[in-house]
Design a protein around this ligand. Structure first.
Ligand SMILES: Cc1ncc(COP(=O)(O)O)c(C=O)c1O
Length: 424
């Protein structure tokens, strides 16, 4: 019989350690908010494949759309012949994005989307430098690795870093960086490292994903927009993790009063089928030379069909509203956990829609990060039957990313499992 242990042994021989699997189980099947491993064990899914299955596992509409497209053709390359699904998806996203007069282009992974947003911003401005933030995560390619604001494990072992990337501290008041501190640091970068006239883009996640679910403060985002306008810099809102109803809006940047220039998207757009894209102001998007953008698999037809169905499901099932409901239920339970003396100490609790997180701290009422407790809780959650992810610049954030379609009974069950995992 195939067991988790036998597959783990084969995996360790066949697959390098550089790709880490958080839960040492091997999946057999999944449906909406539930998963079953090869031994038949059942789990509630609070991971959504890292914010991908916002529409749940195997949503019938999405699977049907992908199946219908696969009956026609699976691949042609958009650079070889066009197909309607690609164009229709661009039209739908152009209408949905908070950008007046937008165009969209598609790729496959989030890193590609973020990297291409920078490429487009560089083509438009004719400048090279890019500013990103500590704790940011933008991918694992050569450029996005340099943009990512966490050295270990993403930028180690002598890997040369792409030039022209400058990091500014991300404002997290309870970890000692105020908005004023961050703006001061940005002005120092302009003075000491690169003049604003040489900066192509400032790239920021509206809510940091891998960095710990820290929301960019509203006034800070407004000030970034003002600075970008003053100096002709493109403001890029990386929505790879926040996009597609996760935060209670289709795009998290809709929580702000500003219009970004470019929005890289990926993950939940395809509902499990690999597709990413960049949505942006038309005159900026058109700056790259013909032939300068694209990719063999970019905007795969099956993934485009799935993505169109994802947008329908988000609309028909009111997943933005559902994100708020789910987030509210989660936050209320976590606040209760925080008050309980029989559970491990919890620090800051935060959430925007269903992008909810809390910090594990060394002492009740304290603020000192406890990465060991964080690891212990995710491991205990798995034992209890809950797929739970950690993250964070300080490696002490537990993030809750249930599918937005999750059955409410499964949501409660998952939170009960989390309570068990938090027991001292
Ligand atoms: C905000 C953000 N940008 C970019 C990426 C990279 O996406 P991918 O892993 O699909 O390359 C991620 C992945 O977690 C992300 O959260």
């Amino acid at each position: 019989m195939t067991t988790n242990a036998s597959l783990l042994a084969r995996r360790q021989k066949a697959v390098p350690r550089g790709v880490v699997t958080g839960a040492p189980i091997f999946l057999d099947r999944a449906l909406n908010g539930e998963m079953w491993d090869v031994e038949g064990n059942r789990y509630v899914d609070f991971g959504s494949g890292i914010a991908v299955t916002n529409t749940g596992h195997r949503h019938p509409k999405i699977m049907a759309a992908a199946a219908a497209q696969s009956e026609k053709f699976a691949h042609v390359a958009f650079q070889v012949t066009g197909y309607e699904g690609y164009v229709e998806l661009a039209e739908r996203l152009n209408d949905l994005a908070p950008i007046n007069d937008a165009k969209s282009i598609f790729f496959t992974t989030g890193a590609e989307a973020t990297e291409n947003a920078v490429k487009i911003a560089r083509a438009y401005t004719g400048r090279q430098a890019v500013i990103t933030f500590t704790g940011a995560f933008h991918g694992r390619t050569q450029l996005t690795m340099a943009m990512t604001g966490k050295a270990v494990p993403y930028r180690t072992r002598g890997t040369p870093l792409a030039a022209g990337i400058f990091h500014v501290p991300f404002p997290i008041a309870h970890h000692g960086v105020t908005e004023e501190d961050a703006l001061h640091a940005l002005h120092n970068v302009f003075k000491a490292d690169v003049g604003p006239q040489d900066v192509a883009a400032i790239v920021i996640e509206p809510v940091q994903g891998e960095g710990g679910f820290y929301q960019t403060p509203k006034a800070f985002m407004t000030e970034l927009r003002r600075i970008c306008d003053e100096h002709g810099i493109c403001l890029v809102a990386d929505e790879v993790q926040t996009g597609f109803a996760r935060t209670g809006k289709i795009f998290a940047i809709e929580h702000y009063d500003i219009e970004p220039d470019l929005i890289p998207v990926a993950k939940a757009l395809g509902g499990g089928f690999p597709i990413s894209g960049v949505i942006g102001k038309a005159h900026i998007m058109d700056a790259a030379e013909p032939g300068g953008l694209g990719g063999t698999y970019a905007g795969n037809p099956i993934a485009c069909a799935a993505a169109l169905a994802v947008l329908d499901v988000i609309d028909e099932e009111k997943l933005c509203e559902r994100a708020d409901t789910i987030g509210g239920i989660m936050l209320a339970r976590i606040e209760k956990f925080k008050q309980s003396n029989s559970l491990r100490p919890i620090g800051d609790v935060r959430g925007l829609g269903a992008m909810v997180a809390f910090e594990m701290v060394k002492e009740r009422g304290g603020n000192e990060p406890d990465p060991d407790a964080t690891k212990a809780v995710t491991a205990a959650a798995l034992k209890a039957g809950l797929i739970l992810l950690s993250c964070g610049y300080y490696a002490n954030t537990i993030r809750l990313l249930a599918p937005l379609t999750i059955d409410m009974a499964h949501l409660d069950e998952g939170l009960d499992m989390l309570e068990v995992a938090l027991k001292v």
